[in-house]
Design a protein around this ligand. Sequence first.
Ligand SMILES: Cc1cc2nc3c(=O)[nH]c(=O)nc-3n(C[C@H](O)[C@H](O)[C@H](O)COP(=O)(O)O)c2cc1C
Length: 368
Amino acid sequence: MKLRTEICDLLGIEVPIVLAGMGGASHPELVAAVSNAGGLGILGAAICSPDELRDWIRRTRALTDKPFGVDTLLPLSVRRGATLKAAAASGPTPRERLPEYQAFAREFMEREGLTEAPPGDERRGFSKELFHQQMEVVIEEAVPVYASGLGDPGPWMERLHANGTRVMSVVGAVRHARKVAASGVDVIVAQGHDAGGHNSPIGTMALIPQVVDAAGDIPVLGAGGISDGRGVAAVLMLGARGAWVGSAFLATFEANIGEYQKKAIVEATEEGTTITRSVTGKPARYIRSKWTEAFARAGLEPLPMPWQGAVSGPVMAAAHAQERADISPGFAGQGIGMIHELRPAAQVLADLTRGAEATLATATANLG
Ligand SMILES: Cc1cc2nc3c(=O)[nH]c(=O)nc-3n(C[C@H](O)[C@H](O)[C@H](O)COP(=O)(O)O)c2cc1C
């Protein structure tokens, strides 16, 4: 029995397993390794400048002739400033509150012995302009697949489809699935609460079948907490046509994160993560750290995206420069408790595939 679904024909891949677009971590080497091994690699380009993004796309093309994708963020709140307006209506604006938060961050850095990282190392701020410039590069480069990690790619759909680009959208709620379905996406990614990174309040197990029902003819990929073949088999059982996997690919030689962060993933248990707004301003699953804990203890309501990034950015950059796993271990999902060693990405993909095939075969055998 060979693992294969119609998503393989739609995307031109051999196995229905997709490397999630993980900002910064899913870079050309990791993406090409997954695509060359028969899955679909997706560049995590959220933080890329337009020039970096173009360079990443070209480097990926030099490393593989297989399909690959680009993931960026298109959050509506940043686009329209809706969150900022809401915040302004109820008190001081995020801009007015920023100095107080930056003072908190400076005190935290002093207490932890963190010194400012060299310029250029801080997280790039998200803005409407950046999102639009990234989309122009995605369209100019006519990439095989585009995935929006937040928001609705509707405004770009016609131009993406005219290029032959397949469009995916990550959602964490049925109403978002309906919205992107109406915009004409080709694939919907249902990403549940177990997942690393920006997060849904709905558990993976409950979310996937409800998104599948709402998606109609549009194929769904299941995401959140899938770290071995049993998870891949499970999302197929829930009606998804494939899996979108993040954290399991962080524990690979090719992933573009610090070695100290890979070690933190291998050492973590299923209890090691927390949901926090202290990093980007939106709820995200992060490995519990002194920063996430200090913010929670301080009782400060995190600022909305993109303002919170201006608060956490210098802290994260300084901690990263000093390889401080106790402060910047990174985003990761609850499935990291199943990850015990670093491996080549092709090996992770092969194990996910073989594990799913074995699990599905056992399930069928159980039918008596
Ligand atoms: C380190 C990290 C960075 C992430 N960055 C992004 C991103 O930039 N865009 C996006 O759509 N999703 C991002 N995510 C979410 C992933 O795309 C994916 O949905 C998630 O990792 C799936 O859950 P899992 O980690 O349990 O496999 C990120 C996740 C992680 C762990």
